[in-house]
Design a protein around this ligand. Sequence first.
Ligand SMILES: *[C@@H]1O[C@H](CO)[C@@H](O)[C@H](O)[C@H]1NC(C)=O
Length: 289
Amino acid sequence: MRLQLHILLATLASCSILSGTLAYKPVVILHGILSGPESMTFLVREIEKLHPGTVVYNCDKFSGWYSLENAWRQVDQVRDYLNEVGKLHPEGIIVLGYSQGGLLARAAIQSLPNHNVKTFISLSSPQAGQYGTSFLHLIFPDLAAKTAFELFYSRVGQHTSVGGYWNDPHEQDLYMKYSEFLPLINNEKVTSNSTSFKMGMVRLDKLVMIGGPNDDVITPWQSSHFSYYDENLDVIPFYQRKFFTDDSIGIRTLQEADKLIIVVKPHVHHLAWHTRQDVIHEVIMPYLD
Ligand SMILES: *[C@@H]1O[C@H](CO)[C@@H](O)[C@H](O)[C@H]1NC(C)=O
């Protein structure tokens, strides 16, 4: 009798894994800058192969040149999208954002104080800002990091997504004055939305931050973990930065509740996080259940 029950339970368990519907939560994927959903199809296929039955939403908003549009304009639409997908799956969803997409997704999640995102995966995203221009040379061939603030910290510069998270360690006054995006979602500038930005963050069951020292695009690469340069270009670990010690957006709350996962993986270039099979298997799949 006992053995039969055991077999029955085992059968039920394997059925639910095979059918997928009970076992795996839906995954929403957001692509990076100057690309679109097609850049994420290898990752989608891997998820579908390793976790059959998973419903994957590969968001097609703001692809190609549109990915340079103002950050808030993009976040507003990503927020509505996550809200709609979330309503279709009351059991909860997983969101994975790659590069700029991870920063926009984070802001969208923070802008939804009642979301049902269980796990958010930030895949090599400039969460603490960016101070490097290699990825911009396609659009601005002569742009140098040292002088880029003149472009980005202006009304015109803020019309671009990058202007919203350009974080020049030598020009922090201008950053605070002009940047309309990163200082807001990091609650460095307090607004009427700051409380709900924190609520949206602490509502997560799991925050997974993935990045590594050979990324070559995210600068400093530790920005993928909320760490950032000080004015001497020394990287201050996230847990020593004011936004963390003050718990201004709830990252400390998440860490104290064991909900913050920091993944450091060397020898992965920025363009490989979502296109290399071994990397996907090692750093993404474990968090998709
Ligand atoms: C707060 O959020 C709403 C909705 O996204 C937005 O319309 C408004 O401008 C924001 N307020 C501030 C002060 O940022």
